[in-house]
Design a protein. Sequence first.
Length: 220
Amino acid sequence: MKAKKIASKSNSSTSNKKIWPIIRNILIIVLIIAIFIFLIYLPNVTSVDFATLRENVSNYGIKQTSSNNTKNVMTGIPQTASETEKLKKIQEERSKYVSESRASVFVESAMNDYYKGEYKDAIRRLERAIIYDPSNYIAYKLCGQIYFEHNQYRKAYNMLEKANQFPNDDKTLARDIEVLRKLLRYSRNEIDTLRHTVHKNPNNKLALAQLKELEERVQE
């Protein structure tokens, strides 16, 4: 019996030894096949994913750049602070040039009106010129000259004083200002005297007329 059992165990052990290498080989083959299949499909999936990702990122960048450029073109807003400052300076210079040009046109027309004796039109155009270009020396000077010739001392004085604030080579300007200053002082004294006379005699028509004339001369 013992001999049979020993023989049976020996046969079973021998059988197991023969089967195990087969199973092992099968497992190895299956593993190799699985690895081979994995290696075949992995590159394709990876390349598709990265290619798509790169394409999406690239398209997004192009869209963003295009959108920014379109916005800048439509709004006219420069991309940098220096460009903004440069554009602002150009606009200011252009606006100043246009204003000065318009003022010059009004001054030229006013001079023609002055020589033709159309003083009201000349004053009106000179006032427009000063609005466009507050630094126009000729506009102030001519306006003051017209007021001076029409005995409007205060207005003439104010205009010539403003003209004198700008660089000029006019040697008669200071003289005219001094004359107007004396006339204003004299007129104020005369006004005080005439007011006193009119207060005493309200029916004094001559004093009333002189008072009215002097008050117009010194009126602002």
